[in-house]
Design a binder for this molecule. Structure first.
Ligand code: HH2
Length: 296
């Protein structure tokens, strides 16, 4: 299977020849695994710096938890968490992503210069697609989920989860491209843990390679998720081995970007995986205009 080589992401053209590690910075009191740890501005900035020292290729900052039942914030509440941390994150020399579903938060983040919008709702908020289409270069991650986080775990009735995720992502990517976003700016995410049972998450993982037929790079987020806890019987702070195993499985099935909490451990695992000849994919040169992606 030939895969796209570059992801155009704001100031950067990210080279996917080497799998990329996206480090999670949750500036939230209630995220499922690290809520409350990085809520004050200084500790959030220090966490960004530490993740970059640990080898993060991308930082993903979120101000609103997406866990089932999490409180929904207003634009101003969400932005008040992100705004003091973003300028420091943007100075660290790596692409910065903002994890949000709200068009107005996206607009403010793009105005500040963030490189990527990571949207678990795949740009379905009103005006979100058009906002990205107006922007010349920002990257975007379109993720599959159903409904809202509050009730999504009741929406797990699929005939064939992989086919439905594929059709949803195809439709969302097509809609965004039709509005003028270059395909080189788009990555897709199957949305592990979002409106899926444990069995569906693992079935989707086993068949994840089918999503490559859409012609976009894949980003995945397995880190510490509850299906890993259900399978291993481990509490959320004991899921690192399970998270690493799932991350490597995702790479084997074609993912190129891993969204993780434990950057240092993931970087080590990737080094060993690569030295052992971990999945080699043929890569096609694709579009994208800016350079500046780091070589490391
Ligand atoms: N998972 C979470 C949040 N954002 N974005 C993408 N693209 N893919 C994911 O799998 C994904 C995501 C949930 O993890 P986390 O951010 O740690 O938790 P919370 O949403 O509770 O802050």
């Amino acid at each position: 299977m030939t895969q796209v080589r570059y992801w155009q992401a704001g100031r950067f053209r990210i080279d996917l020849a080497r799998p990329q590690v996206m480090g999670i910075v949750n500036v939230t009191p209630d995220s499922f695994s690290d809520g409350g740890t990085w809520t004050d501005v200084q500790s959030a900035i220090q966490h960004c710096e530490q993740l970059v020292r640990d080898g993060a290729d991308i930082l993903d900052l979120g101000g609103e938890s997406t866990r089932p039942g999490a409180a929904r914030l207003s634009v101003d509440e969400e932005w008040a968490r992100l705004a003091p941390v973003l300028p420091a994150a943007l100075s660290l020399g790596v692409p910065v992503s903002v994890d949000t579903c709200k068009t107005e938060v996206m607009r403010r983040a793009l105005d500040l210069g963030v490189d990527i919008i990571n949207d678990v709702q795949a740009l379905r908020d009103e005006g979100a697609e058009a906002l990205l289409a107006q922007h010349p270069a920002a990257g975007v991650c379109l993720m599959h989920m159903r409904g809202e986080p509050a009730a999504m775990q009741q929406l797990t009735d699929y005939q064939d989860v992989t086919r439905e995720v594929l059709e949803f992502l195809a439709q969302r990517a097509q809609a965004v491209v039709a509005l003028g976003v270059s395909p080189a700016r788009i990555v897709l995410d199957p949305g592990y843990g979002f409106a899926k049972t444990m069995a569906q998450n693992f079935e989707l993982q086993r068949r994840q390679g089918e999503l490559l037929a859409l012609g976009f790079p894949l980003l995945v987020g397995w880190s510490r998720k509850s299906s890993l806890g259900a399978l291993t019987g481990r509490a959320v702070d004991e899921r690192l081995p399970a998270s690493l195993a799932a991350a490597l499985a995702a790479l084997t099935h074609g993912a190129r970007v891993l969204r993780v909490h434990d950057v240092a451990a993931t970087v080590d695992a990737l080094k060993v995986w690569a030295a052992c000849g971990g999945a080699g994919y043929a890569l096609s040169e694709n579009g994208g205009t800016n350079s500046g992606g780091r070589a490391r």
